[in-house]
Design a protein around this ligand. Structure first.
Ligand code: PRX
Length: 652
């Protein structure tokens, strides 16, 4: 390999192919490769014509002047146009005759079911939007949402969108410190939470976490609390108000605010390779058009679909493909509050049978867990309502893909393996189920308007099957507009590694048929159960323990979670390594960051392997954590004696 090469080699060879089932293709929006290819070529040649037509399928208070202004790395889509995403998700659907159709079909973990029609959601959104206004929320104010997976979370998001108050949703599994960091970064004065939420039979103490967070920052002026579980929570007078009190007197008349297409719709924090989470900034018009069109074609949405995406709304998948992209297609979206294995491992399959789910979208980590529990759980249920299956979040192993195809899809349902990121707003590489021949483990081909490529460090396209960096050469409407408050990081992270293109941070190859195979992240991000965690964040959590001097964490392969965290910890003088200490540190990380970040392994060490410039050599740590010794290149290592110490230490 020459100097410019990415140094990424591909080891995988998968030869099975699955053409779209003919009966599916016959009824699909996009039927066959010829149609895909013609439309894709047109979308790249004439992006303004293509996206202008897509946007015209939705409602605008004022039509845009120009479809695209592009000055690398800044794009403006539909400049001059005024629209409202909540209006498109609700009012437009009601005008189209969908008012009495179920918008949200919700199932709580304990088993209760709620059906809210488009009209119901519209009414509740209007009331909550008026309630937020009464509390002082104005256009542009950022509202933090820290809630369980209940319809009110979607209602709160849509209420924010209706009045132009950007939301910042924090995953309910995160801890108080994560709330503090995000509230401060987003300068958010308003928060919406619940008295708790159900997860695996127990109550997640959301309000208690909010109280702990509010003790560490005085930014938060108002906290709205939804009564979900009915447990007693302290209400701070002047700050905390009950959701039911806020909406009780609020009018159900709340005209949607005409917003500039580039008005901020939301911030969503995601991990990067340095400690601080990044507030990914998405805007209104372009994001709306991209999520609308990608959902319509990738999930092949039809009026009678009961679509279920199992992602928590705290992640981007939930933003784009539980709420916005789905509701503005006018279909029924199923939302489930709890864990996949509560009360038993067949919960998902039971839900699919009872609610006659037609389109099902989940994560490889969940599929691996199901596979391990055995086929008897899905086999107990009638899954014949299913028409399409999807995955997202990490590369899917071909075995898991085949299991999904066979045991869940009964070899009838096309699988859409959708590659995208928090930053991209919507899926960029994915099969179109009526057109694309799928291959287990490949996200296949770029969506309309997406000019994806595999390049080396100089930006030179790589030959078929040569690994390289995945980049996007042209802007697309759903792309991030920045990292909140950090222009330098935005430019460095996405626009500097390879000049002139969007750098996704993933390695990939493209095969001789033009299918993309994602190989993984190239930075220090670990994906635990499909969720992106920055190594530095977990390390900071460990080091925040008074007995820890230094820590390094790496991702190691894990059968179920994809990756798990292995931690190398140097204790302060006077503290002694022990099993009890391991347990204490694991719990400490759980408390500071959330259970997801708890290390699977902890090893104590007197020192960490570093380069001369002081950078921790994680590559060596990975070798030790996985193989128990180091065989790779160690020429840049500063102190060789460390390796033997590390290898002999631990894992009692
Ligand atoms: O590495 C890729 C992986 O997840 C990363 C983005 O993570 P996040 O921002 O949390 O968004 C996840 C949900 C959209 C990507 O850089 N990834 C996501 N989907 C796939 C994937 N890797 C392979 N195949 C996928 N389908």
């Amino acid at each position: 390999m020459n100097d410019a090469s990415s140094g990424i080699s591909s080891m995988m060879k998968e030869l099975r192919v699955f053409p779209p089932p003919p009966e599916f293709a016959r009824q699909a929006h996009i039927r066959g490769m010829d149609q895909y290819k013609a439309l894709h070529a047109r979308s790249l040649k004439d992006p303004e014509g293509f996206w202008g037509e897509a946007a015209a399928e939705l409602h605008w208070f004022r039509k845009w002047d120009r479809v695209l202004d592009w000055k690398l790395p800044d794009s403006k889509w539909f400049a001059g146009g005024k629209t409202n995403l909540a209006y498109n998700c609700l009012d437009l659907q009601i005008q189209r005759g969908r008012g009495d159709h179920t918008a949200i079909l919700w199932e709580g973990e304990p088993g209760e079911v709620r059906r809210l029609t488009y009209r119901d959601v519209h009414r509740e959104v209007c009331r909550f939007a008026n309630g937020l206004r009464q509390l002082g929320v104005r256009q542009g104010d950022k509202v933090t949402l820290y809630m369980p997976m209940v319809p009110e979370l979607a209602i709160a998001m849509l209420a924010c969108a209706r009045i132009g108050a950007p939301h910042s949703v924090i995953f309910g599994g995160f801890s108080a410190q994560a709330i503090v960091d995000r509230v401060i970064d987003a300068e958010s004065h308003y928060m919406v939470t619940a008295d708790g939420g159900y997860r695996r039979g127990s109550v997640v103490p959301l309000k208690a976490n909010v109280d702990e967070a509010c003790a560490k920052t005085n930014l938060v002026k108002k906290v709205v609390v939804l009564k979900r579980v009915g447990q007693d929570v302290p209400m701070k007078s002047g700050r905390d108000v009950w959701w039911h009190d806020v909406v009780e007197s609020a009018s159900a008349d709340c005209p949607a605010e005409p917003l500039d297409a580039e008005h901020m719709l939301y911030l969503l924090y995601t991990s990067g390779s340095t400690g601080k989470p990044k507030g990914i900034h998405h805007t209104t018009g372009g994001y709306m058009v991209y999520t609308y069109l990608s959902a319509k074609y990738i999930f092949d949405l039809k009026p009678d679909d009961v679509y279920w995406c199992t992602a928590d709304i705290g992640w981007v998948t939930g933003h784009s493909y539980v709420v916005y992209g789905i509701l503005c297609n006018g279909v029924t979206c199923l939302m489930y509050e709890g864990a996949p294995n509560h009360p038993a491992w067949d919960r998902f399959w039971d839900i699919i049978q009872r609610h006659k789910v037609t389109k099902f979208y989940t994560a490889p980590t969940a599929l691996r867990a199901f596979m391990r529990q055995g086929d008897e759980h899905p086999n107990k249920h009638n899954l014949s309502s299913l028409k399409l299956l999807g995955t997202v979040g990490e590369p899917i192993n071909p075995e898991a893909w085949m299991w999904y195809h066979r045991v869940i899809g009964k070899e009838r349902c096309p699988i859409v393996d959708t590659w995208w990121q928090t930053e991209t707003g919507g899926a960029l590489i994915s099969p179109l189920p009526g057109a694309t021949t799928t291959k287990p483990g490949s996200a296949t081909m770029p969506f309309f308007g997406i000019d994806a490529d595999i390049v080396d460090k100089n930006g030179t396209s790589q030959a078929a099957n040569v690994g390289g960096f995945l980049v996007i050469r042209k802007p697309w409407p759903g792309m991030l507009r920045g990292i909140y408050g950090d222009r330098e990081r935005f430019e460095r992270q996405y626009w500097s590694e390879v000049p002139g293109v969007y750098f996704a941070g993933d390695s990939a190859r493209r095969d001789e048929d033009g299918c993309f195979w994602i190989m993984g992240r190239i930075d220090d991000v670990i994906k635990v159960a499909g969720h992106r965690l920055g190594t530095a964040e977990v390390e900071s959590a460990l080091v925040s323990h008074p007995k820890v001097a230094e820590a390094a964490v790496v991702g190691i392969p894990h059968d179920l979670k994809g990756q798990a965290i292995a931690a190398f910890v140097t204790l302060r003088v006077g503290a002694a390594p022990s099993d009890a200490m391991k347990k204490e540190l694991t719990e400490h990380v759980g408390r500071t960051m959330g259970a997801l970040a708890k290390p699977e392994q902890i090893r104590f060490t007197d020192a960490l392997p570093k380069t001369r410039s002081g950078k921790i050599m994680r590559r060596l740590l990975v070798e030790i954590a996985t193989k128990g010794e180091v065989k790779g290149d160690t020429t840049t290592l500063e102190d060789f004696s460390i390796l033997s110490k590390l290898a002999t230490k631990d894992e009692e």
